[in-house]
Design a binder for this molecule. Structure first.
Ligand code: IPE
Ligand code: IPE
Ligand code: MG
Length: 243
């Protein structure tokens, strides 16, 4: 591992994280899975604060996928309570840190309590100018892409858009992430080498970094390690190495 500290121009603008391994972390300790989710909130706090301090422009956290509804009802309802509690408890911290809050994904399925607290934080933080903290909730990249295609088709049918005008920029503007920069760095905890339907359009050129550590044990030193790895990558975007 190199010891260089990430210098500002080598920092990612946007970091996206697949926070995985909460259940395994708990089960290995003989604890119920929900304990892993609860401990995961501590990691969220530390990573949000560190990214904001470093001047990262956006942090997008995968909190619940559209496929996670396959889980037992009891785990889902505890996850909803935990999320609602986080939104209430961390609102003052989010405001103190000047974070701009955002959420991507479908609202259906989220409890009324979660939607209410989400809307409150969105409303309160809308004029903040600090890091954008984006939570992916009931998020699935394929449905996001399908939704964008539907919205574009409706505009074409209404005569507001010509098929010849559809290009990558227009398409991107119809995704949930319209006006957000694409992630430069994608971190996944708990070792799986897959994307699990996360930001498939947006991560085309993101650098991937996977750690064996489970999310509840992922803390500032781990993030710094990922940032050092990112700083040493040679991003070519299909071109040639700049020497
Ligand atoms: C990630 O941890 C959190 C969510 C998907 C909500 P998991 O709950 O997937 O933990 P593992 O992968 O089963 O260990
Ligand atoms: C991805 O983790 C979703 C979140 C972290 C919210 P999963 O645990 O759902 O992913 P798979 O099932 O291992 O692909
Ligand atoms: Mg998992």
């Amino acid at each position: 591992m190199t010891q260089i500290d990430p210098t500002p121009h080598l920092l990612p603008r946007h970091i996206a994280i697949i926070m995985d391994g909460n259940g395994r972390w708990a089960q290995r300790r003989g604890l119920p899975r929900i304990e892993g989710h609860r401990r995961g909130v501590k990691s969220v706090r530390e990573i949000v604060e560190t990214c904001a301090d470093l001047g990262i422009e956006q942090l997008t956290l995968y909190c619940l996928s559209s496929e996670n509804w396959k889980r037992p009802e009891a785990e889902l309802s505890r996850l909803m309570s935990l999320l609602e509690q986080y939104l209430i408890e961390d609102r003052s911290t989010i405001m103190r840190q000047g974070l701009r809050f955002a959420a991507i994904g479908r609202r259906e399925g989220l409890t009324p309590g979660v939607i209410k607290e989400l809307n409150r934080t969105l409303e309160l933080s809308r004029n903040n100018t600090g890091m954008r903290l984006c939570l992916a909730l009931n998020y699935g990249a394929r449905s996001e892409i399908a939704d964008a295609a539907k919205a574009i088709a409706e505009k074409v049918a209404a005569g507001e858009l010509q098929p010849s005008e559809i290009n990558e920029e227009v398409f991107a503007q119809h995704l949930y992430t319209a006006d957000m920069p694409d992630p430069d760095l994608l971190i996944r905890t708990a070792g799986e080498m897959r994307l699990s339907n996360y930001l498939l359009w947006q991560i085309s050129y993101a650098e991937l970094w996977v750690t064996e550590k489970c999310w509840p044990e992922f803390r500032k030193p781990d993030l710094m390690q990922a940032l050092r790895a990112f700083a040493s990558r040679d991003r070519r975007f299909g071109g040639l190495k700049v020497s």
